[in-house]
Design a protein around this ligand. Structure first.
Ligand SMILES: [Zn+2]
Length: 342
């Protein structure tokens, strides 16, 4: 059973400082839990309430991840993922300070966070956040890195992370033989390692967030599961440069082909393709290879383009015959200039 903590801040509930180590917090929690456990205080409603408050506080500051969120967002810690998502979408930033012991409410510095927060939940849940009853589980965010080739074709990853799962002792109810379950501290959930294989779709880019529905933490009181989000980074490539869905590649073209036209091979992620070079192609020109770029994320079959950036190559050595031909060309060019001026 989840209890909303109305007392000052959660560190005060456990009688520890904000800078307390994990071990200090655990020790403080155990000591208090033993003291106020309903088995030790039969029929004492005040002790039971205190016990629940202690268990709820420990669920937050006794968990590394939850504690970080609480330190950053105060009583809004459960919405850290949504808050950060909002910040990303709006490009803004909000700063938070957690309760200073006076009231326990978070102070919002900068940004009209309160109304944004309300709008967010009106939109997502069809109403203001409920204090009791079913609540959706938290989302899990996990970073992954893929190569450009993997981003091009799509890939899979085996992930391992800790995830909340229903407590076996109390079967997720938070209560065991009439008292608060000691295994999970009344939360009904415990943290356990999990392994799952996830699909990374073709077309992901650095900064893509891939949602894997229903693979987050379990809901509370029968609420739906949270989601798993992959935060993607695509590694750089020695040959291809990516801009959005387009790819760029440098292609060396012999000066003769640049002047007279010809054909060169261009590397793509799928292998080499032939590219026609038009007469008088300039150094630095970009030639578009339509549809040879990256797949567009979430748009099946659509692709960006590839651009071949032409680098005209001057010969590194000449035969006598070639030198004579270039000399002849120089003479011809000079004639053309004087004819124009004359
Ligand atoms: Zn339990």
């Amino acid at each position: 059973m989840m209890v909303r903590v109305m007392a000052s801040n959660l560190y005060d509930v456990l009688g520890v400082s904000r800078t307390a180590s994990d071990k200090e917090i655990r020790t403080a929690y155990r000591k208090l839990a033993r003291k106020f456990h309903p088995d030790v205080n039969p029929g004492d409603k005040a002790a039971e309430a205190r016990f629940k408050e202690i268990a709820a506080a420990y669920e937050v500051v006794g968990d590394e991840d939850n504690r970080k969120k609480y330190d950053k967002y105060g009583d809004q810690w459960e919405h850290a993922d949504q808050i950060e998502e909002m910040q990303r979408q709006r490009g803004g930033s909000w700063s938070f300070t957690t309760g200073n012991g006076a009231g326990g409410d978070a102070d919002f510095g900068g940004g009209d966070f309160g109304s944004i927060f309300e709008n967010l939940f009106r939109r997502d849940r069809g109403g203001p956040r409920r204090q009791r009853g079913p609540r959706p589980g938290q989302n899990i965010e996990t970073p992954i890195q893929v190569s450009l080739e993997e981003a091009y074709r799509g890939t899979t990853r085996m992930l391992q992370f800790d995830s909340m799962q229903p407590c076996q002792t109390c079967k997720g109810t938070g209560e065991s033989s009439g008292a608060v379950c000691l295994t999970c501290g009344g939360a009904g959930q415990v943290s356990r390692p999990r392994r799952i294989e996830v699909k990374v779709p073709a077309g992901v880019a650095t900064g893509s967030r891939v949602r894997i529905a229903g693979e987050g933490h379990p809901g509370i009181g029968g609420g739906p599961k949270g989601d798993l989000y992959l935060q993607v980074t695509v590694a750089g490539h020695p040959r291809f440069e990516r801009k959005g869905d387009d790819l760029y590649v440098d292609v060396d073209v012999p000066v003769v082909d640049a002047v007279l036209g010809g054909e060169v091979e261009v590397p793509t992620i799928d292998g080499r393709v032939a590219l026609r070079i038009k007469e008088l192609t300039q150094n630095g020109a970009s030639i578009r290879l339509a549809g040879k770029g990256m797949p567009k994320l979430g748009k099946s079959g659509e692709r960006g383009d590839m651009y071949a950036r032409i680098r005209v190559q001057v010969p590194r050595s000449l035969t006598d015959e070639q030198r004579a031909l270039f000399e002849q060309m120089r003479g011809s060019a000079a004639e053309a200039v004087s004819a124009k001026e004359g």
